[in-house]
Design a protein around this ligand. Structure first.
Ligand SMILES: *[C@@H]1O[C@H](CO)[C@@H](O)[C@H](O)[C@H]1NC(C)=O
Ligand SMILES: *[C@@H]1O[C@H](CO)[C@@H](O)[C@H](O)[C@H]1NC(C)=O
Ligand SMILES: *[C@@H]1O[C@H](CO)[C@@H](O)[C@H](O)[C@H]1NC(C)=O
Ligand SMILES: *[C@@H]1O[C@H](CO)[C@@H](O)[C@H](O)[C@H]1NC(C)=O
Ligand SMILES: *[C@@H]1O[C@H](CO)[C@@H](O)[C@H](O)[C@H]1NC(C)=O
Length: 330
């Protein structure tokens, strides 16, 4: 591990690492140096935080390629820490952004969040780092952004990996009513450590909570509590709206890249299940059914199912998860 850290530290000098601890409202130490990509979008100057780690052997003949890891809505790039190390050891350069609105990136006022905009921002970040083509891997909301990314930039996506992605069904079409951003904001403002934890206990880990998961609740809750907490809560209401109103499911059959769909069968995540009527709730979020259904309609999609895992298989069973991932990657 030490060589990676040393190398990353040296590189940070040329990339303008920002060591401010409370970056954009999150005071949490990331496993590798954090850089900031400054850019203009929708008439605002924004900062996208990211990690960019290369294996120690920088020779092109040993570098397997670039892989970008996109975090989920209740996570940050730091949550990929175990996966980053596995991929480095396997010879990948790993780039891990925090999306705009999240974690150590800008919490903008008046930003129109769309999956397309977040995919575009991510693509621009990769271009700024000289990356013309990468494997894109996304978890949860990050999976939804990743599939949008692969649809927008098929010639720049080497492969696609979706880990319990959102967007395998259209919740509105299944009967979940629309909820306004204002109503979602009101819900966000009631967030407590206990409410975050009880939600994740229910849907994320198939009922098996380990104390090692607590750190991810603390990381997330600290943003709500931090100096930009209120703006973050509004951004979270906006991104809930983005996910709910932009179904990608109908376009997944058009994917042109080789993909791997990793599913924890016990996952029950569904946007809107919190406010869905009682008779609609049971219809939502059956990942054990959605996984095979979606894999069958996407050309060249490999399905990897874990019968006993929930929404975050990479955290719940890192050994099985990473073995399955590396077996499929070139
Ligand atoms: C990004 O912008 C911030 C100000 O918002 C500035 O302090 C920083 O130096 C910039 N970073 C780079 C790499 O240009
Ligand atoms: C680091 O980022 C913060 C915003 O998060 C900014 O206020 C500060 O000027 C930046 N510092 C440097 C040295 O880039
Ligand atoms: C991953 O990060 C978390 C939070 O900082 C830490 O508790 C955990 O030990 C890390 N795991 C590894 C393998 O680096
Ligand atoms: C992908 O296609 C776009 C236009 O369709 C082009 O601008 C871009 O350079 C291509 N990228 C690669 C890596 O071929
Ligand atoms: C699927 O894979 C086959 C064989 O590798 C290839 O010929 C075909 O073009 C691929 N289709 C898509 C949609 O990627």
């Amino acid at each position: 591990m030490l060589p990676y850290l040393l190398l990353a530290t040296l590189l940070s000098v040329c990339k303008g690492q920002n060591t401010t601890s409370y970056s954009n409202g999150l005071d949490f130490t990331y496993p590798y140096p954090v850089y900031f990509y400054n850019f203009t979008s929708q008439q605002q100057t924004l900062q996208m935080a990211y990690m960019d780690i290369s294996p120690p052997q920088l020779h092109t003949n040993t570098l397997k390629g670039v892989i970008a890891l996109l975090h989920g809505k209740n996570f940050c790039s730091a949550t990929w820490n175990v996966t980053i190390d596995v991929l480095l050891k396997d010879g990948y350069r790993v780039i891990v952004p925090d999306q705009i609105g999240f974690c150590k990136s800008t919490k903008p006022v008046g930003y129109q969040f769309t999956l397309h905009q977040l995919a575009l921002n991510t693509n621009n970040l990769l271009h700024s780092l000289g990356v013309a083509s990468a494997t894109i891997m996304g978890h949860s909301m990050g999976g939804m952004i990743s599939s949008r990314y692969a649809l927008m930039y098929p010639n720049e996506t080497s492969r696609l990996v979706l880990v319990d992605p959102l967007g395998l069904e259209n919740w509105f079409a299944l009967g979940v009513p629309y909820q306004s951003i204002d109503a979602s904001f009101a819900m966000e403002l009631t967030t407590t450590y206990a409410s975050l934890k009880s939600y994740q206990q229910l849907t994320y880990y198939a009922g098996n909570w380990l104390t090692s998961y607590d750190v991810w609740i603390a990381m997330l809750f600290s943003i709500y509590q931090g100096p930009l907490g209120r703006q973050f809560a509004f951004n979270m209401a906006q991104t809930t709206d983005m996910i709910f109103t932009s179904p990608v499911i109908y376009e997944l059959p058009s994917l042109k890249v080789k993909s791997l769909l990793i599913i924890g069968d016990k996952d029950t995540t569904a946007i809107g299940s919190k406010w869905a009527p009682a008779d609609i709730k049971p219809l939502l979020g059956h990942y054990n059914v959605l996984g095979p259904q979606v894999a069958a309609m996407v050309p060249n999609c490999t399905l990897l199912q874990f019968a006993d895992l929930g929404h975050a298989p990479q955290i719940q069973d890192p050994v099985s998860f990473h073995k399955g991932l590396l077996d499929w990657l070139p």
